[in-house]
Write a protein that binds this ligand. Sequence first.
Ligand code: ZN
Ligand code: ZN
Ligand code: FE
Length: 762
Amino acid sequence: MKTATTIVRKRLRVTGVVQGVGFRPHVYNLASRLGLAGFVLNDGAGVVVELEGPPEVVAEFVTQLQAAPPPRARLDAVEEEEVAPAGEDAFVIKESVPGAAATLVSPDLATCGDCLDELLEAADRRYRYPFINCTNCGPRFTIIQGVPYDRPKTTMSSFAMCPACRAEYDDPGNRRFHAQPNACPACGPSLALWDGAGKPLETDDALGDAKQFLFDGLVVAVKGLGGYHLACDATSAEAVEKLRSRKYREDKPFAVMARDVAVVRRYCDFNDDELALLTSEKRPIVLLRKLEPCHLPEAIAPRNRYLGVMLPYAPLHHLLFDDDVEILVMTSGNRADEPIAYRDDKVVEHLAGIADYYLAHDRAIARRVDDSVTRVFRGREYPIRRSRGYVPLPLELGRAYKTSVLAVGAELKNTFCFTKGSQAFVSHHVGDMENVATLEAFEEGVAHFRDVFDVEPAAVARDLHPDYLASRYALATGLPEVVVQHHHAHVASVLADAGYYEGKVIGVVFDGAGLGDDGAVWGGEFLVADLAGYERAAHLKYVPLPGGDAAAREPWRMALSWLRALHGDDALKRPLPFLDDIPEGRREMVLEAAAKGVNAPPTSSMGRLFDAVAALAGLRNFINYEGQAALELEQLAAPDEEGAYEFSYEKGKPSIIDAAPVVEAVVADVRAGVAPGVIATRFHNGVAAIVADVAAALRDEYGLETVALGGGCFQNITLLNKLVPTLEGAGFKVLIHERVPTNDGGLSLGQAAVALARLEKD
Ligand code: ZN
Ligand code: ZN
Ligand code: FE
């Protein structure tokens, strides 16, 4: 039996997202309420708590901490250890201890309800202050320069807190206790308004003036958390067109930011899952179905049934909106394909000729981080770009590895990934690694992650393609290399995303291009694979890819390559309408290249087949952004058309899927005047049907019941909607992405998973 005088002391080691989320004040308040003595502190591995008091009260503390942690915290583990009582009678918060930096850095968090109330409360000392925040909200990853996460290691270090802010910061009972970006109008960052040349304007109402400019239809660059946005009035077709032409972005959809949910409801249809993502503290851009008709200019997202929508996530955003300004285009502040501008000393140079004005401020951005883009598929998140609000939270791999690796990703939509133990730190979206600026952003990002998460990779994983800038970077690290075939990495990414370690699956990977192990350009692949290896079980039959990379930008080339595959030298005998705007000389040139195999490597790309069908159906011969032809083909597909074009299938090692009958049927339909929407639907139906057929054949052959779907083509929701229920109906377990994108943005996770599996085997 215990006596009332029994006193124990326990040391708790808490890991997870426990820094920068109000964890220490929470612990302080709980311990004080329970009358326990001891301390709490941050160190490089997380949080350490020591508690002294009666054993049942100490146990009660642990129970309550686990049952109700601070809202933004995530507890991965609480380890307990008994230590000798120290005879203390008070609970204190101790200084942070710098150390091995394995702690989890919080992503940026949208303004919380409490801060929003204060922002709009005239009597509050932070009334309409655009940098209000607390331990439950505000910038994190984008201001962090090192760990542990304390003010001197952030871009707030140059602002000295005024007495009122300091008192909040030091008061364990306050919502701003150790809120590192804590600030107020007296001591914190302030707004500035610059003209198009970057010259500061004399004004005492930068915000009001910027709003007036937006209302007048001008383009204003607005400094956000991870970079500058280009903003304009989303209800003005003229403003949207102006932004498009200045940005050299003809068709690629713009995202919009709406004042609140009620405004979103006026333009889009959404369900509870989509609403939950829209209003989550991550505040991603969520793809929502446009209402029909949608009373926004078509130029925002041309020929697209979906609109990328986000809600305000920084206090400055909330202040941009009122009854006059309800919805703004908010697109990344960059020119064409460059990385998003984030440095005040460079932004004017980067956005010259695009922005009429700049709404800037003096809190520096440490890290360039784009908005995340996501959507919901069958009740689950299906990410398109995983960045702000998500990064740098690690993905749990579900298996602890002894070694760490760095995976450098691929060329397009690049991300990189560090692993440590059972966690994978997939980076923010770096972008298309096709220019020096993006390569520099990549290198900076890798160095920062390595530093913040204190990782020493034992190996570097890279794509089989040796000429990708990321691959060259991998080589230059001097680390042992693990070379991963592109489509194998896609399958592995699905498996790692799902935490699937049960052995081989039927991996179906459809994308634009990846180097195959036979030197051909792959992209319509059925790989029987696990994390360590793969066998190419089936693929689309090769056709020449005339012009190589140029074929991806000019879908008519693939259409012509297919006509040649069908009709040989007679390919141009009965020209189809899509060739009307292609000069005759160029047609002949492409045909000849295909015939001779000059700069026309063989390809099994499903992405290019979508392109060919889009071109044949008269949709477009040239694209303005990656995947545009396929996306527009998807947008045309109608749910009620049941016809399907049939692929032929020849069993073998590997089995060959021939799209020739499909293309033949498309050509016949085009000649018969069948509507493009019907052609698009029949094509989607045909692709879904052949995947189900081949999967069934491979199940018989290999005895596998699980199908993993990966690669950029599976961003196509129409295809997924047809395919997933069909596969499930046939008894398959279907794995699709949930935590990283199915496009190449998810590739680094797959490369890392392959490397870990191979290193573990050795
Ligand atoms: Zn807050
Ligand atoms: Zn202050
Ligand atoms: Fe890919």
